[in-house]
Design a protein around this ligand. Structure first.
Ligand code: ADP
Ligand code: MG
Length: 818
């Protein structure tokens, strides 16, 4: 089939011409699958027509002639032959088509056989006709094809993103597409028929002339050209010579592509690449870059300086060999993961320096994405030398570990030392406790030994005297009885003094502090001291004039002076001098600062000094210790100085020893000054007449010990007092709460049920002016605090001499000067 729009050759006309030429009744053109054309027999069937056409081969230069179809074996049976149409003569010739194919068959038919066939002219005429048909058709077809081609070409050139034009030898534009015309700011109509010189302008044309000449000489010329108006646009241009049939260049095709955008992009790219390189080179780090697949194609100078590798040798995967084998695998693993996921790459690894030393490096890389597609365009990476940091970090970590270890070690050592110390302290405490116990046992041994000795001596005196008295009484010899009684009494009083000393040492001695004139007290002791010291020791008493009064227990002071005198005597076995001095003293801050527990202020000082053996510093240091003695057992108790110390402290005073070995000793006793008046009272009652009751005064005696109660009661009765006795506190209280005269209560402190002190407290409600004499053993001292009593109340300590007791009672019942 001819292409659509191309006219068919006139097959009908050809068939008519053939019938005229051959003088037959019929002629037709047969083509498979097409209606017959021309004046054909009216009843010719399609199959008969095909059979008749088949008599002709495809290519023939002369017609096939069958003079009588009835005699031809391939046609005799056809209905067109022996049927009503009764066709007999036949001539056929193929109609050639394009490409050697047969377009159809031209048949000439007649009812009468024709023995002579066709004439030569008829045969040649048919051939011409057949070929004529095809030529016409070919021409038609060709023309139509040319038009299509031209239209196609036009469309293509218009659609092409290119500038297309054709110049003839005179440089006149024969053809130009829209792009070409528009490039020069012209209409396509204006371009065609114009000279190139007119289109591009004089100056521009002059510049192109050599290129045009080369192209017209047969050379394809390519070049990049700015727009003639220098408006920033650029084209890539090609002059393509086109040769005619004579092989000479007939035309020039002008082909151009607008490359402005590419050029700009290229320039931008070149610019950014330039910048990148500038930055990369200026960085202190090693910088590298790879293609999207990880192919390393760039390293900055820093990299080559560090690695010492020749330029280009680490491209691709060459870098991996410079990594420390310890990190190679991991670096690869991470790099591959980043390449596949696009995640940034970061790793610390050791990189071999040019000198073979591995240094720690921080490797980092990030991908650069195409802004439109998002695909990774490149990877940019850096390597930073962090060796110093890593080592510092390691040192730090090591340092910390070491420090921790050291601390742990120290802590353990400390804990161990602590445990050891604790154990030592415990051991020490145990030893001290044991020592203490041993010392206590030794002290108790010494004490009991000394006391037993003293008591035995005293008891010997008492018992011996009583024995003598009894013997004399039995014999009826009553002379000298008073002397023996006196001896017994003296021994008993010494025994009492001994217990006092014990109590004073225990500081449980109840004190009866009162304003005391020390000068008077010392003077009153003169006789006693002389007797105690014996003849070999000279006594000197130096009393100060204007001596202040002091507040203390005079009995204790007397006791203390006596003890000091005895010590002095003991230190002077071969005799010497004992001096007792009194003086006013002021202890200032400087003195006080060097002594513990002493208050600055005014004191009365009693100094007892001797010319005896003296004390070594060690003995001085221990002399006040209870039981410390340098004397043999039975001679010293070690309680004398201890008692004096206790007395001084209890009186808010102070005592100090000054001594030199072989020179002598001075003991200074300081007692606080008293600003009030001295109480005039007999210090010792011994030898004085016992005062008697005069006005029937009543004394209540509360005492649980029946013997003591009876003794006291008898003594008081003997003295002329009326006596009421009570065995315990509640009984005593009942009597006190009942009406009746009671001038004085003599009560033991240690009473069962209600102690003496509390009994009196309760009784005071009914009898506020009650006078009371307390009898105390040392244990009850606590009931009186530090020993200061309310007015009208006094105290006497067991054991006591009856005359002293009587004197006290008398003084209380009838106060005032005696
Ligand atoms: P004791 O007299 O029973 O030994 P003291 O407490 O009175 O106990 O005295 C303790 C010790 O102090 C004495 O044993 C003696 O060594 C020493 N001492 C006391 N007074 C003197 C003194 N005047 N001269 C030398 N030594 C003394
Ligand atoms: Mg002594």
């Amino acid at each position: 089939m001819p292409p659509a729009g191309i006219p068919e050759p006139d097959l009908h006309g050809i068939a008519f011409l053939a019938r005229v030429l051959c003088g037959t009744a019929f002629a037709l053109v047969h083509r498979p699958d097409a209606p017959l054309r021309g004046p054909a027999p009216p009843d010719l069937s399609a199959s008969d027509a095909a059979a008749l056409a088949a008599l002709v081969a495809d290519v023939r230069e002369t017609p096939v002639v069958v003079p009588d179809l009835a005699r031809h074996p391939r046609t005799a049976e056809l209905s067109a032959v022996h049927g009503r149409a009764a066709l007999r003569f036949y001539a056929g010739i193929p109609l050639p088509g394009s490409g050697g194919r047969r377009l159809g068959t031209l048949l000439v038919l007649d009812a009468a056989p024709r023995r002579g066939g066709l004439t030569g002219e008829q045969a040649a005429g048919l051939v011409t006709l057949a070929n004529q048909g095809i030529r016409e058709r070919d021409i038609l077809h060709h023309l139509s094809g040319m038009k299509t081609e031209r239209d196609d070409l036009r469309s293509i050139t218009e659609a092409a993103p290119a500038l297309i034009a054709a110049l003839d030898r005179d440089e006149i534009c024969r053809f130009a597409n829209g792009n070409f015309s528009r490039w020069f700011g012209l209409d396509p109509d204006e371009t065609v028929g114009r000279s190139l010189r007119a289109i591009v302008g004089e100056a521009f044309y002059d510049a192109r002339r050599p290129l045009l000449a080369r192209a017209f000489a047969g050379e394809t010329v390519s070049f990049e050209s700015p727009h003639p108006k220098a408006d920033g646009r650029h084209a890539l241009v090609r002059y393509e010579p086109h040769r005619g049939a004579d092989r000479a260049v007939a035309d020039l095709y002008l082909l151009g592509v607008d490359i402005t955008a590419e050029k700009d992009a290229r320039a931008a790219l070149a610019d950014s690449a330039l910048k990148f390189r500038a930055i990369a080179e200026s960085m202190p780090q090693m910088v590298w870059s790879t293609l999207p697949d990880g192919y390393h194609d760039y390293y900055n100078t820093r990299w080559y300086e560090f690695t010492g590798m020749p330029e280009g040798s680490t491209d691709g995967e060459g870098w991996n060999a410079i990594f420390h084998p310890g990190e190679q695998e991991e670096a690869w693993r991470r790099w591959r993961r980043s390449l596949s996921t696009g995640e940034p790459y970061e790793i610390e690894y050791r990189l071999r320096r040019h000198d073979g030393v591995y240094r720690w490096v921080l490797g980092r890389a990030v991908p650069i994405h195409d802004p439109e597609s998002g695909a990774i365009e490149r990877w940019f990476g850096t390597c930073t030398d962090i060796d110093d940091q890593v080592r510092a970090r390691e040192t730090l970590a090591r340092g910390r570990e070491e420090l921790e270890a050291q601390v742990a070690e120290r802590t353990a050592a400390l804990a161990e030392a602590n445990a050891r110390l604790k154990a030592e302290i415990e051991e020490r405490a145990r030893i001290e406790e044991a020592l203490h116990q041993a010392q206590k046992m030794e002290a108790v041994g010494q004490l009991t030994g000394g006391i037993a000795h003293d008591f035995n001596n005293l008891l010997t005196g008492i018992v011996g005297s009583l024995d003598l008295m009894q013997t004399r009484i039995n014999e009826g010899r009553t002379q000298n009885l008073t002397r023996y009684a006196g001896l017994a009494m003296a021994s008993a009083q010494r025994a009492a003094a001994l217990t006092h000393r014990l109590l004073a040492f225990a500081r449980r001695q109840p004190l009866e502090a009162r304003a005391t004139d020390v000068n008077r007290l010392v003077s009153s002791m003169d006789e006693l001291l002389r007797r105690t010291l014996g003849e070999r020791v000279r006594l000197e008493v130096v009393v100060a004039g204007g001596l202040w009064l002091t507040l203390c227990d005079p009995n204790q002071l007397e006791n203390a002076i006596l003890n000091l005198a005895i010590n002095a005597r003991d230190a002077m076995p071969d005799g010497g001098r004992l001096t007792i001095e009194t003086a006013n003293a002021h202890l200032d801050d400087a003195y006080v600062a060097s002594e513990i527990g002493v208050r600055a202020g005014q004191y009365v000082c009693v100094c007892v000094s001797d010319t005896g053996a003296g004390m070594s510093p060690e003995v001085i240091q221990r002399a006040f210790d209870p039981f410390f003695t340098t004397k043999p057992i039975g001679q010293g108790t070690g309680l004398g100085l201890s008692m004096i110390y206790g007395f001084a402290k209890q009186s808010d005073g102070h005592v100090r020893i000054y001594s030199e070995v072989a020179e002598g000793t001075a003991v200074k006793l300081y007692l606080p000054r008293h600003s009030g008046r001295a109480v005039d009272e007999p210090v010792r009652a011994t030898g004085m007449p016992v005062p008697r009751a005069e006005h029937g005064e009543t004394v209540l005696v509360v005492e649980d010990d029946a013997t003591v109660r009876a003794l006291i009661g008898e003594t008081l009765t003997d003295l002329g007092y009326r006596v009421i006795e009570a065995p315990d506190g509640p009984a005593g209280l009942r009597i006190l709460e009942a009406p009746g005269r009671i001038d004085l209560v003599v009560t033991d402190v240690g009473l069962p049920g209600l102690n003496g002190r509390r009994m009196i407290d309760e009784a005071l409600a009914a009898r506020p002016d009650l006078r009371v004499l307390f009898i105390t053993g040392y244990a009850e001292n606590a009931a009186f605090g530090n020993g200061h009593l309310a007015p009208g109340m006094r105290m006497i300590t067991k054991p006591f001499a009856i005359d002293a007791f009587a004197a006290k009672v008398r003084a209380m019942i009838e106060p005032g000067p005696s």
